[in-house]
Design a protein around this ligand. Structure first.
Ligand code: ADP
Ligand code: MG
Ligand code: MG
Length: 915
């Protein structure tokens, strides 16, 4: 991933000659589309377009190597550059019959930035360069339009003053000084639009601009066009390190070593009158992917006018009437670009007095839905193969076909009150509930709820289950709230530090807005936006088809979804399982294509209804007899849950993890609940408090949890095993004769002896039930690999395990010595300093944790070649981690139900990418 910086030390050292730094396009063309590292995306594609005969104004690209040289050697250039640029300019002059800096028919150029990946608007560009007091008259004479010439001149001085000379607004509220002058002039003249300014007005403006420059810099505006050119080139290189660009690179993980190229290109003019125009177009609709021409343009305008919003541009379809011939040309360009670049293109064009020029093209940015639709349709149009189409869809895009969405019209009218971290994608709207209990109450009344908490704990699970979405004011994207939300497929916005929640007064405050419990709130887990009030939202079409409330042939989105999934299944090698604890989750996952359960967390089964009381009774028991009594009451519930799960999975493998969390997590923190519990159990409150104290652990993550619990209290393992096999027997013997394939998983094993201890219990109880019920049950017993010691001693453990499942959440915590819930204080600093390239809890730390996984896999399979390998951590839904798991040769990945489709696609892409 991380490209090593091309160090200029050897190649571009001052004085070392014969490096090619300048690449021409538009006449004799040196570059092509594959050279984006050297020429930047813009430069490479300008060359490519020129070479396929598209009308590109001639120019040249100064390579990214020069940028690296510029920064390595105190903002200086390779010695040969000056000569190369001189001759490149001469080339253009010859081709166009114009001269740079000449008083008759002068050549004007643009100086444009352009990095390897497009960074729209982040860096600087200067237009109309080459104008001065003399050449402006030359341009006026040559074009026969002196208003146009002076319009170009004032635009140039303004851009140059801003970008090269650094004359900018003092603060964000203020307009830049050039615009202030322009506004004052227009006000004085009583004109509204720039277009109403006469030649004389523009000449006056130029005078004013020049004196501003003299005042601010102590020097006059440079009249020497060569000086202008070098000033602009330096400014564009410098803009690689402006604040905007740096922030953008951080956001998108673009290394600073890439550098930008500089493109110098002959100007064409969209501001020559009513048969001239400039615009931006997409070959297909980037919002929904539809194959329709999309874009906008302005007549008699230049460059940024379209984006800058000086005048409202027209939709591209208007061109069919206004400039019909150019529109036909543009349609041809549209299809030529697509056929050539084989992807949706976003391109810039200018019409100069009836002649069309193309100034840029790149693969267009698009929404998830558009990504899917474009890939599928381009495959159908034979523009790409199925394999290419699959690789073109960012795996995450599939998600946007599945999540509920806000109604677009309703959204426009809504008020954003704050923003948080987008942690669970989708749209949720509902009444505010500050507690799980309040949430339940609202649900019973038939209302939708958004659970709003400062942060969440396992106690809130039930409330979360019933809510449309979860909003927290604290905690990051890997906080409990976020984790569970993703697991449940809930919409979630977390860490919204601008809101404050007061549980006592039951208020949620964001700036001046105060909302109370029961008021409506809406959250967008895709963007992190929080809105006041109710916003209409709808289930995704795909979900409605899968659930049967929408007919398949009524949804094109569903057809797209099905197509991509079918293709993906054809190519992938990894099996996709799911992490599911309830029949409902299991059914949803199966509908999404899950091929088994890779993790059923049995502790989640203890929270429902009065089970929690029996659970608490079991935990508080002073001896085995009491503990067994409580467990006996829990057994039927567990059995019933497993029956449901086995039925829902219909013969697919079901991995059940025995009780994992430390027991105190099940005990109440709250005094009132403690008192109620004491009453229910008929024990004194002091006893409850004493026991809770006794169970307290300094560091529960590393305390009595996982297999340690079952080793300390074998009766828990016995009960759970009995429940599993009783359930299996019942389902097997049921009328429907459903097959059952349980895989029992022992958590937090670090020693072979730990596994052996639990294994003995599981096999003993399993055989008891099997014999008693007279059934044959195929089952496996394996272990999680989630502490480094398990990975390191994998060969020993593999001898007695049927399978390994990498629990990468804990494996990351224990390998990095880092609690997932305590990253808040330093994570941001770590990101800034790029110490973690990614959040290690979101994407596998391949060079650290990944090494342990590699070790465990190879040692495990050396001992037992048929050892089944899987992963059930959060990472199993992350595309780049899935790619890693594929390369590791795992049998399956197991992710949350809503991530199953993403995982299917990512697994196929992993196969194709690693062929
Ligand atoms: P960005 O990368 O921010 O889009 P560009 O280098 O593409 O910046 O330039 C900004 C604007 O100037 C674009 O609208 C482009 O079409 C216009 N432009 C750039 N070069 C020329 C040129 N040679 N002739 C006419 N317009 C140009
Ligand atoms: Mg551009
Ligand atoms: Mg674990």
């Amino acid at each position: 991933m991380n490209k090593i910086a091309r160090k200029p030390a050897t190649r571009g050292k001052p004085g070392t000659r014969n490096n090619k730094y300048v690449f021409a396009f538009g006449g004799k063309t040196d570059g092509n589309a594959s050279m984006r590292e050297l020429l930047g995306g813009k430069g490479a594609n300008l060359a490519e377009m020129a070479s396929i005969g598209l009308p590109v104004p001639p120019g040249f690209t100064i390579s990214t190597e020069v940028c690296n040289h510029f920064y390595a050697y105190k903002e200086s250039y390779p010695a040969s550059l000056r000569g190369d640029i001189d001759s490149a300019i001469r080339q253009i002059e010859k081709q166009l019959g114009k001269k740079f800096g000449a008083s008759g028919n002068p050549l004007l150029v643009s100086v444009r930035s352009g990095a390897r990946d497009s960074m729209p608007g982040m860096m600087d560009t200067i237009l109309n360069l080459g104008l001065n007091d003399e050449t402006v008259e030359g341009l006026a004479a040559a074009s026969g339009n002196s208003r146009f010439a002076w319009d170009c001149y004032r635009r140039f001085i303004q851009m140059y003053g801003d970008v090269v000379l650094g004359i900018q607004a003092e603060n964000e509220e203020e307009e830049d000084p050039f615009h202030q002058i322009l506004d004052r002039l227009k006000l004085g003249l009583g004109v509204e639009s720039d277009g109403d300014l006469t030649t004389e007005n523009l000449q006056d403006l130029v005078k004013k601009y020049k004196s501003l420059i003299r005042k601010k810099t102590g020097k006059s505006f440079p009249q020497d066009v060569i000086e202008q050119l070098w000033g602009a080139i330096g400014a564009v290189f410098k803009s690689w390190k402006n604040e905007r660009a740096i922030i953008y690179r951080q956001q998108y993980g673009i290394p600073t070593e890439w550098g930008t190229a500089v493109n110098v290109q002959a100007m064409v003019f969209g501001n020559l009158g009513s048969s001239s125009a400039t615009g931006v177009a997409f070959t297909r609709d980037p919002a929904n992917g539809e194959k329709s021409f999309y874009g906008e343009y302005l007549v008699n305008a230049q460059g940024e006018d379209v984006v800058a919003g000086v005048r409202t541009p027209n939709p591209i379809s208007f061109m069919a009437e206004e400039l019909p011939e150019n529109f036909r040309d543009l349609e041809k360009v549209r299809s030529k670009l697509e056929r050539h670049f084989k992807d949706m293109q976003d391109f810039e064009f200018t019409i100069e007095d009836g002649r069309l020029f193309i100034l840029q093209t790149r693969n267009g940015k698009r929404t998830g839905l558009a990504a899917v639709r474009i890939a599928v349709e381009m495959q159908r149009e034979r523009l790409m193969t199925q394999e290419t189409a699959l690789l073109k869809i960012p795996a995450e895009s599939i998600d946007s076909l599945l999540v509920p969405v806000f109604d677009i019209k309703a959204l426009k009218a809504a008020q954003v009150i704050a923003r948080g971290l987008p942690a669970g994608p989708g749209a949720a709207t509902g009444r505010i509930a500050f507690t799980a209990a309040a949430a339940e109450l609202e649900i019973k009344r038939g209302n939708k709820v958004v659970l709003c908490r400062t942060e969440t704990s396992p106690d809130d699970l039930k409330g979360m289950l019933h809510s449309q979405g979860i909003l927290t004011s604290r905690g990051g994207v890997s906080s409990h709230a976020a984790l569970v939300a993703r697991q449940l497929g809930k919409v979630c916005v977390c860490g919204a530090s601008d809101i404050s929640i007061n549980y006592e007064r039951k208020t949620l405050t964001a700036g001046k807005v105060v909302l109370r419990e029961g008021d409506y709130i809406s959250i967008d887990g895709t963007t992190g936006a929080i809105y006041k009030g109710m916003i209409e939202s709808a289930d995704s079409e795909v979900k409605r088809v899968l659930e049967g409330s929408l007919r398949q042939d009524k949804s094109y989105t569903f057809e797209l979804f099905q197509t991509v999934m079918k293709w993906a299944d054809r190519h992938r090698q990894l099996k996709i399982r799911t992490n599911a604890d309830t029949p409902a989750m299991a059914r949803q996952a199966v509908a999404f294509g899950a091929e088994g359960i890779g993790l059923c967390r049995t502790e989640h089964m203890f929270f429902e209804g009065n089970r929690i009381d029996y659970m608490r009774q079991m935990i508080l028991a002073v001896d085995e007899v009491e503990r067994r009594a409580a467990l006996t009451k829990l057994l039927p519930f567990q059995k019933k849950d497993f029956v449901g799960l086995f039925r829902a999975m219909d013969g697919r493998p079901v991995t059940i993890r025995l009780l994992d969390p430390p027991l105190h997590e099940f005990l109440p923190h709250d005094d009132v609940v403690r008192r109620q519990l004491a009453q229910k159990l008929g024990v004194p409150l002091e006893f409850v408090i004493e026991r809770i104290k006794a169970l307290h652990e300094e560091n529960p993550m590393l305390g009595c949890r996982g297999c340690r619990l079952g080793i300390l209290h074998p009766e828990i393992t016995e009960m759970q095993t009995r429940a599993i096999f009783e359930a299996a027997a019942q389902v097997l013997k049921g009328k429907k004769k459903i097959r059952v394939n349980p895989e029992i998983m022992i958590p937090l094993v670090g020693f072979r002896a730990e596994l052996q201890d639990q294994l003995d219990i599981v096999h003993r109880v399993a055989q008891e039930v099997i014999q008693k019920r007279g059934v044959k049950i195929n089952y496996l017993v394996g272990t999680m690999v989630e502490v480094p010691r398990a990975a390191i001693t994998a060969d020993e453990i593999a001898e007695i395990a049927d399978f390994f499942s990498f629990g990468t959440n804990d494996l990351t915590q224990t390998t990095l010595g880092l609690s997932r819930d305590d990253m808040g204080s330093f994570y941001e600093e770590y990101q800034k300093k790029e110490i973690y390239s990614q959040n290690p809890f979101a994407s596998i730390d391949q060079s650290g944790v990944g090494k342990l996984m590699t070790l465990a896999s190879s040692h495990g399979r050396q001992v037992k070649s048929e050892l089944k390998l899987g992963i059930c951590g959060e990472h199993a839904g992350d595309p780049s981690s899935i790619d890693f798991c594929h390369r590791l040769g795992l049998n399956y990945v197991s992710c949350s139900p809503p991530r199953v489709p993403v995982a299917r696609l990512a697994a196929a892409q992993a196969t194709l990418r690693n062929k």
